[in-house]
Design a binder for this molecule. Structure first.
Ligand code: 13P
Length: 243
């Protein structure tokens, strides 16, 4: 684990007008000017990517998108390509978030195509996987998550361009988290299916109170943070808990 530097990433989702987003980005950048032990990333909504990028300039905080289209350009109203994210200053893109898999009907094949697009554009793909409550209760969590990895991660993956985020659907935005043993079990199962050195983040109701315990678990290489990433103090408290 020592060779995998932890990554603490904020997924702002569909939150933030220009003023709030800039204040948040400046708050994170100011705190990150002090020495820190992990890599840091924020993924604002598309409308704020360019402005947040300017606010983060000179800081160690990286910039990411929350989704991309598989094509580089074309007649796809409302979509954004990986190349556009890269052009706007992004180095990362979140793909296959449960709010897209379950909310927008994205399949493993869709995510697979988007990961190829991200790599084509030179972006690091953060591929999200996670079981629903019903799948966990049916004892299928490991099978679901490893199946999503098999279907979503293209051949040719390596640790320099891939990050996995384990986000149980039922833990997102609910205040619920798996037991530490359950997180360890799933991360170990994922580890067996991805290239050596690839970071595996945990996401789902991470907050300043539970971050230290979760981030200290074996095979947990950081966190993907939703609600708590919208307050600079909370996001920084989680980053400070990184190993
Ligand atoms: P919460 O931290 O709000 O539960 O969201 C997690 C998440 O979906 C990050 O991508």
């Amino acid at each position: 684990m020592a060779e995998r530097r932890q990554l603490v990433a904020g997924n702002w989702k569909m939150n933030g007008m220009r003023a709030d987003g800039l204040a948040l980005a400046r708050g994170v950048a100011a705190r990150a000017s002090r020495p820190h032990r992990c890599d840091l990333l924020v993924c604002p909504p598309a409308t704020l990517i360019a402005a947040v990028g300017e606010a983060l300039a000179g800081s160690p905080v990286a910039l990411g998108g929350q989704d991309c289209h598989e094509a580089a350009s074309g007649a796809f109203t409302g979509d954004i390509s990986a190349e556009m994210l890269r052009d706007a200053g992004c180095t990362h893109v979140i793909l296959g978030h449960s709010e897209r898999r379950h909310g927008r009907g994205e399949s493993d094949a869709d995510v697979h195509a988007k990961v190829i697009a991200a790599w084509r554009a030179g972006l690091i793909a953060i591929v999200c996987v996670g079981e629903t409550r019903a799948e966990r209760e049916a004892g299928r969590a490991v099978a679901v998550v490893t199946g999503q990895i098999a279907g979503s991660v293209p051949a040719g993956a390596d640790a320099a361009k891939l990050v996995i985020a384990y986000e149980p659907v039922w833990a997102i935005g609910t205040g619920l988290t798996p037991t530490t043993l359950d997180i360890i079990e799933i991360h170990a199962a994922i580890r067996a299916h991805i290239p050596g050195g690839t970071r595996i983040l945990y996401g789902g109701s991470v907050n300043p109170r539970n971050a230290a315990e979760i981030l200290a678990l074996p095979e947990v290489d950081g966190g993907l943070i939703g609600g708590a990433s919208l307050k600079a103090d909370d996001f920084w408290a989680i980053a400070a808990a990184a190993q």
